[in-house]
Write a protein that binds this ligand. Sequence first.
Ligand code: TIU
Length: 231
Amino acid sequence: MTETIAVEAAPSPYRFDPTHAALVIIDMQRDFVEPGGFGETLGNDVSTLQAVVAPLQVVLADARQRGLAVIHTREGHLPDLSDCPPAKLRRGAPSLRIGAPGPKGRILIRGEYGHDIIDDLAPMPGELVVDKPGKGSFHATGLHDHLAASGITSLVVTGVTTEVCVHTTVREANDRGYECLVLSDCVGSYFPAFQEAALAMISAQGGIFGWVASSSAYLSALAAADSSLPV
Ligand code: TIU
């Protein structure tokens, strides 16, 4: 039996059918979350992202338990860098450039230890892992085709960083017709001011490209629907 869930969200309740929804976990890779990776080479204090891990583990466990589709993404490049635009490779003044050897392997390169997802949120068999060369999860990936083939229209979006890969993905998804709920405590930024502004931008103007809710509001709505089901 399918049921429409209503999550208390900004700017209005987010309504979705879990049988047509997926939990999307963006780029929870060692390269962003742990020292010695891409995020740190850019000059960031990566410890700011740790707060996301525990609430995201709860949301992930709930999704697995109820059979909600789970999709992980990883930002990174082929070992020969043929999918890395020169503009991205040359940008800024990082301590190590993309492809350079770092303490966790070559920076942001597929197959390296640093490129993979942290142990606390490791994908399970059957969960889609989308490798993406860009910030958005739709650009140069098969994600849209996969979602369309699976009948998924609603995305519960989590991961890092809020103003970069999460925002780009939600904007891409919105333009393709998906309805996105961003879980405020399950997305993280290296910059507290950007975290606040990025979340505000999503729900402003009547929810210009999505909805925002806490993970507790999201989980409570699912639990309330569970307890109202006939036994
Ligand atoms: N630097 C930064 O904030 N983010 C990225 O480069 N990628 C993602 O957000 N995953």
